[in-house]
Design a protein around this ligand. Structure first.
Ligand SMILES: Cc1ncc(COP(=O)(O)O)c(C=O)c1O
Ligand SMILES: N[C@@H](CCCC[NH3+])C(=O)O
Length: 419
């Protein structure tokens, strides 16, 4: 459920007509609903209510906008970060350092040091090498870093290959069969406080069976490690729960997910940690765009919109589907290819799709664009960096300005020796 609905024939974000935002901010523009974000944050938390001890760290990568982070921090969410930049954002949004988990396969020395200085709650180590490096840095600072070991369970999440992370050939985590040995060796290092395990098998998960298999494997590993005399007090089960991208599509809900976790892990005697991203932010945002013109094509007409793959990369990168809807729909439909202005054929949002009939100057939205939307935007073709707005009832505010190509141009220099 989201809060982007037709009222009097015009698409609104909560109580604000999208036409108002488009007129004042220009297009393309991302629009987030505070009510949807809040609702998703609460539904996810409630789905885990049967578990004895839970820590939820929002996956900042899915939507790092400061206002979004601020809202989630006020809902009691911690943050799962994968770079110093994300960590600084989470701290700036008021997430307590102790509620921050640092994931990622390539944390640099600088990042490890910065995170230790900030006093974050947990490092999810992705290799023995990283653990050894962190131990040295922490020991030199007179600290012991709280750590979980991220394990690659070799389970196929049955999602798009480019967002699968839990198969043996993926770069993430340590190999399942050697994980207990690595844990034992890292637990000996004075700079580390090994307290748990972590797993994350992929994103946009639409079938919970692979998650069940992965969690069961993690439970077995936890017992092995405990039997070797080491403590495991924390188990981070990652994120990955998918969201429906097509109207009418049905996916496992947070409630289904919570039940599965309870079935498998309720009695593990650990704090269970979660890193949801998309399930919180996905349906909380739309990308508003204006139709530049409708151009004849050999097979279908091309609806050329002013948003492009630089603003919303998912269709070009993963052949992802985003529902397209006119802001002021008539009853008419058309079959079209929806494309952006960028000089690449991959700048295609939809092919041969039945959509609301639109013409030059009409406004439309790509739905379910709140996760991995603005955060993956870039300035390819020297386009502006897309702005973001948040709506709250009948109020709205710009939460990230458009960054014009001139601003980026001003940061560049031609060296004297080229002149
Ligand atoms: C380690 C880690 N945690 C959490 C997430 C969040 O995933 P999602 O947005 O699918 O919930 C990701 C992305 O797949 C990830 O790599
Ligand atoms: N960027 C991907 C998700 C990546 C998840 C990060 N591990 C998407 O848009 O679906």
């Amino acid at each position: 459920m989201d809060h982007f609905e037709l009222k009097n024939g015009v698409l609104h974000a909560e109580d604000v007509p999208l036409e108002v935002i488009a007129r004042e901010v220009g297009t393309p523009v991302y629009v987030y609903s505070r009510a949807t974000l809040t609702r998703h944050a609460r539904v996810f938390r409630e789905a885990l209510a049967a578990l004895p001890s839970v820590h939820i760290a929002f996956a900042v990568k899915s939507n790092p906008n400061l206002a979004v982070l601020h809202l989630l921090a006020s809902e009691g969410y911690g943050a799962d970060v994968v770079s110093e930049g994300e960590m600084r954002r989470a701290l700036a949004a008021g997430v307590p350092a102790g509620d921050i988990v640092f994931s990622g396969v390539g944390k640099s020395k600088r990042e490890l040091t910065a995170a230790l200085e900030a006093g974050i709650g947990q490092f999810n180590l992705e290799s023995e090498e990283e653990g050894v490096e962190l131990a040295e840095i922490a020991a030199a600072m007179g600290k012991a870093a709280s750590c979980a070991l991220r394990v690659n369970p070799n389970v196929d999440a049955k999602t798009h290959a480019k967002i699968s992370t839990g198969k043996a050939e993926n770069k993430f985590g340590v190999t399942y069969d050697v994980a207990a040995g690595i844990y034992a060796r890292l637990a000996e290092l004075p700079g580390l406080d090994m307290r748990g395990l972590a797993v994350h098998i992929g994103s946009q998960i639409s079938d919970l069976e692979p998650s069940r298999q992965a969690f069961i494997k993690m439970g077995t590993l936890m017992e092995t490690i405990r039997a070797q005399g080491h403590e495991v007090t924390h188990m981070d089960l990652g994120g990955g729960l998918g969201v429906p991208y097509k109207a009418g599509e049905s996916l496992p809900t947070p409630e289904d997910y919570g039940k599965l976790v309870a079935e498998v892990a309720k009695d593990w005697g650990v704090t269970l940690m979660f890193e949801p991203g998309r399930v919180i932010t996905g349906n909380s945002g739309v990308l508003v765009t204006e139709v530049i013109r409708v151009k004849q094509g050999a097979v279908n007409p091309f609806v050329v919109v002013d948003a492009a793959m630089n603003d919303l990369a998912r269709p070009a990168m993963y052949d992802a589907w985003h529902d397209f809807a006119a802001v002021r729909p008539s009853d008419e439909k058309m079959v079209a290819n929806i494309v952006g202005p960028i000089c690449e054929s991959s700048d295609t949002f939809a092919e041969g799709r039945e959509i609301d009939a639109v013409k030059a100057g009409d406004l439309a939205v790509f739905r379910t664009a709140g996760a991995y939307g603005a955060t993956m935007a870039n300035t390819y073709n020297s386009r502006a960096l897309v702005p973001e707005v948040m709506v709250d009832g009948d109020k709205w505010a710009l939460v990230a300005s458009r960054i014009e190509p001139e601003t980026i141009l001003a940061a560049e220099r031609v060296p004297e020796w080229l002149k």
